[in-house]
Design a protein around this ligand. Structure first.
Ligand code: SF4
Ligand code: SF4
Length: 86
């Protein structure tokens, strides 16, 4: 299982992600992010790109193991945290 701490950083930095273009509030934050608790307000119907297991099953399962895909995503989380949390 992917270990997400619900920091909301990925949902605050969606600029340049084609599949989330319509979700961008023009500041790079998703319109569906609840700014009070950093949770997704459409979690059960969120786009595939926001669902790590769905992304793995559909696009990456033939390229790497699920653990490798989780590790790759964890690295992206850590990069966001390094860049935006002090
Ligand atoms: S940046 Fe990573 S840890 Fe933070 S909410 Fe997104 S997926 Fe979860
Ligand atoms: S749809 Fe939900 S999970 Fe996806 S970027 Fe927006 S708030 Fe985050």
């Amino acid at each position: 299982m992917f270990n997400c701490d619900c920091c909301g950083l990925c949902c605050r930095h969606i600029s340049g992600i084609k599949m989330l273009e319509a979700f961008d509030d023009r500041t790079g934050t998703c319109i569906y992010l609840d700014r009070d608790n950093d949770l997704c307000t459409i979690y059960d119907s969120r786009p595939v790109i926001c669902n790590i297991d769905a992304m793995y099953d559909i696009f990456f399962s033939r390229k790497m193991t699920r653990e490798e895909f989780y590790a790759m995503n964890r690295e992206s989380c850590m990069r966001l945290k390094r860049e935006h949390e002090s």
